[in-house]
Write a protein that binds this ligand. Structure first.
Ligand SMILES: Nc1nc2c(ncn2[C@@H]2O[C@H](COP(=O)(O)OP(=O)(O)OP(=O)(O)O)[C@@H](O)[C@H]2O)c(=O)[nH]1
Length: 765
């Protein structure tokens, strides 16, 4: 270790080391420091100092998204390695990657939590979020996308666009995130560039802009031709241990590569024509100066045009490579810096109200045993400094941030400040939960609100005060639930604490207490989600819990319109409470649940009585009359409410709830069940047994497509029939199939199935 670079080094409380270089300190664990920075220590320390507050135009906040197993983690590992942050190449199959750092992730070889990783590439700072591919963790992806400026979509080039990519792509579209596509696994014999590009066009409805063509295929894939520069990049790996750091860069020549040159020149012409179609500025340049000689188009002009096309989301640059075989990752890093936007190129409307004051969004919370909650913040404006108080707008509370760190997977480097555009990790924010807006003080929020208000007055645009709060993450409703019990009552408090911590980290996990049995209920997004939570409680909190059987989160609705009247007359102590209500419930669209007042009542009703009535209706929606599941697809119209003087609002709510229950019972109950969209990829020889199994699960086949030698089966199946499906599929296909599952819709059960469910739930069957 070149000790000269380190002026001082001493141990600190949480097992890490404080490294001082000049006036600057960095903190990380000694072993990881030695492992990661060995060899290029002085350079890396310099670069760490240099990137503390990089120019905003040099920052790229990027997510990697893809279908499960497409190779996100492997690609991320290569990026870290080539940028000089890791000394050895991690391997998901050996369980030693940097980004999959949770114990379960290493064991299962999948990415569960999105880990933020910061590194530099050619003068740029890249904040990269590795997102999970499994559908149970869609919320993790959503949370990451919310704070990113650009994304890399990684595909398995032998499979093209797969189910989960579609979901994530739609999420990226929702947030208007420009993307670059990376066709990974080009070394596989079945890798097919044209097929993959076609699926991007057809399934994602995107406009692929091919920037490279592959050299060789399958085992003979050796590199790519860069169509912008007409140069070939070849990785002549001499042994399996070759890390691919070095590659050869040469211009194509007629004498050595006549066929490749021909193919590249055709692809380049197609690229130039395509970009000209998508970008007027480039089209004008082409028509004026290069109409008869596309070869003369300057590389930088073409690159600028591709960038504009990407940022406008009119097209997506497509690159190819093989992360596992260490080919093509460096050009992907170049593409990230060249085509994806800097934070200041993205429109974040509210940022202008804060001017140079701090405004940041908490997008992830992790619990660290020693340091307490670690909160990941995306800074939109202003500067964040450690040892300062910040104001949480959502909780209306002020708390003190003790440390500020740069997130480096499971290692964190302490920094003295961070400016707009960056992703920071803070220690000390104990009340902040995912989705909260953090500002410097109450006064700065008031000033922002004032600017917002003034702008609305002058700018005629009606704005809400809420515009100064960043919108959080939409949390989908959980579809599965089960009871969870501690080993002894003495551990109940520990379990509650563990569940509180886990919920702050993961808003898709819901915990409630059953009012009848007093049991704690876990509600999650899928079998795997609940299994992981169970596992984490055991490993991280040392509590062996018992889970009850997994149950499906049904819903209830009604079949017909019904009116009801009820009067509550109750004396409590010496006070008499009398309230009457008349209302109608009617079935509406399944996704809504409303309460409305007749026109006459709307004018007369006192605000506190109105609120009490609404509370009464809402509480009746929480537990339907059939099986006690939440009610949806019902509209309630309140015709009249009479309340005698002295009656408490809580009594009005109770009267309304009782009347609602009466009406809902009379309206004929209908159970709604979650129906999932299933996609199974399998060999043709297993198709009939998988179809037979699906028929027994009340599945409906929507389509069977061919993908090379495989079949892709698209179906919808009630979630209740999907318990343990992964095990059955593995057995039926001898492990040669993969599947993905996501909520399609809540659908009405047919009378026979509903009858059987009701009997089962009431213990008759
Ligand atoms: N042949 C080939 N295999 C690859 C390549 N990249 C990754 N793999 C393999 O594909 C599998 C999945 O790779 P990961 O990097 O874990 O994929 P992921 O997308 O991060 O997976 P999740 O985190 O579970 O969503 C592993 O067995 C890798 O070794 C590649 O370029 N070529």
């Amino acid at each position: 270790m070149p000790v000269g670079a380190l002026h001082t080094l001493h141990r600190v409380m949480w097992g890490g080391c404080l490294f001082r270089v000049g006036s600057q300190s960095y903190r990380c664990s000694l072993s990881s420091y030695l492992r990661r920075y060995h060899g290029a220590l002085s350079d890396d320390i310099k670069s760490l100092r240099a990137v503390l507050n990089p120019d905003i135009s040099k920052i790229r906040n990027i997510g990697i998204m893809a279908h499960i197993d497409a190779g996100k983690t492997t690609t991320t590992e290569r990026m870290l390695y080539y940028s000089g942050y890791t000394r050895a190449l991690g391997d998901v199959d050996d369980g030693d990657t940097v980004t999959d750092f949770m114990a379960q992730e290493r064991e299962r070889g999948i990415t569960i939590q999105s880990a933020a990783v910061t590194f530099d590439w050619k003068g740029h700072r890249i904040n990269l979020i590795d997102t999970p591919g499994h559908v149970d963790f869609t919320l993790e992806v959503e949370r990451a996308l919310r704070v990113l400026d650009g994304a890399v979509a990684v595909f398995d080039a032998s499979a093209g666009v797969e189910a989960q990519t579609l979901t994530v792509w739609r999420q990226a579209e929702k947030h208007h995130i420009p993307c670059v596509c990376f066709l990974n696994k080009m070394d596989k014999p079945a890798a097919d560039l044209n097929f993959s590009i076609e699926t991007i066009r057809l399934k994602l409805k995107a406009n692929p802009v091919l920037l490279q063509i592959p050299i060789g295929s399958g085992k003979n894939f050796t590199g790519v031709v860069d169509l912008l520069t007409n140069q070939k990049l070849t990785w002549k790996l001499t042994s399996t241990r070759d890390d691919g750091r070095a590659f050869e860069l040469r211009s194509l020549s007629q004498s050595e590569d006549p066929e490749l040159l021909q193919a590249a020149s055709e692809a380049r012409t197609a690229l130039i024509e395509q970009v000209a179609d998508l970008d007027d500025e480039f089209a004008e340049l082409l028509l004026t100066d290069f109409s008869d000689n596309f070869d003369g188009v300057p590389v930088n002009k073409l690159q600028e045009a591709v960038r504009r096309v990407t940022l406008a989301r009119k097209g997506v640059p497509v690159l190819c490579g093989s992360s596992l075989k260490n080919k093509g990752v460096q050009p992907l890093l170049d593409a990230i810096t060249a085509y994806l936007p800097a934070p200041n190129e993205r429109l974040h409307d509210l940022v202008r109200w804060y001017k140079d004051d701090l405004c940041a969004l908490a997008f992830k919370v992790l619990h660290d045993k020693q340091r307490g909650p670690l909160v990941f913040l995306r800074i939109y404006s202003g500067t964040l400094k450690p040892q300062t108080a910040v104001h949480n707008l959502n909780r209306n509370s002020t708390e003190r941030m003790s440390r500020l760190l740069v997130p480096f997977a499971d290692q964190h480097v302490e920094v003295p400040s961070m400016s707009a555009g960056n992703i920071a990790l803070t220690v000390g924010l104990k009340q902040t939960v995912t989705g909260d807006t953090i500002v410097s003080s109450k006064a700065s929020a008031a000033a922002a609100a004032h600017r917002d208000h003034n702008d609305s007055e002058t700018g005629k645009k009606r704005r809400e005060h809420a515009d100064i709060v960043l919108s959080g993450v939409e949390v989908p409703d959980p579809v599965f639930f089960c009871t969870i019990e501690p080993p002894t009552m003495a551990k109940q408090a520990d379990l509650e604490n563990a569940l509180n911590c886990l919920q702050r980290e993961d808003p898709s996990l819901k915990v409630r207490v059953d009012p009848d049995s007093g049991q704690t209920i876990l509600c999650g997004m899928g079998e795997l989600h609940i299994e992981i939570i169970h596992d984490r409680i055991r490993r991280e909190y040392g509590i062996e819990t018992h889970l009850g059987p997994l149950q499906v989160a049904y819903r209830e609705t009604i079949l017909q319109e019904v009116s009801a009247t009820d009067t509550l007359d109750r004396t409590i102590g010496d006070r008499r409470h009398v309230a009457s209500v008349n209302l109608t419930v009617r079935p509406v669209d399944i996704s809504s649940c409303e309460v409305a007042f007749s026109e006459e009542l709307q004018v007369q009703i006192l605000p506190e009585i109105k609120e009490a009535v609404e509370n009464g209706v809402q509480s009746s929606y929480l537990q339907g009359p059939l099986l006690g599941y939440p009610v949806q697809g019902v509209s309630s119209l309140i015709h009249s409410v009479s309340v005698e003087p002295g009656t408490l609002p809580a009594m009005v709510s109770a009267c309304v709830s009782r009347c609602m229950l009466k009406a809902l019972r009379l309206a004929g109950g209908q159970v709604l069940e979650p129906v999932m969209a299933l996609e199974v990829t399998l060999g043709e020889e297993h198709l009939s047994s998988v179809l037979g199994d699906l028929a027994q699960r009340r599945g409906t086949v929507r389509d069977i497509q061919s993908r090379h030698d495989n079949k892709v089966l698209l179906a919808t199946v009630p979630l209740a029939e999907m318990m343990g499906y992964s095990t059955v599929l593995r057995t039926v296909t001898s492990g040669n199939a993969s599947f993905s599952l996501e909520l399609d819709a809540y659908e009405a059960m047919n009378p026979q199935d509903q009858g059987a469910l009701l009997k089962r739930m009431s213990g008759v069957m």
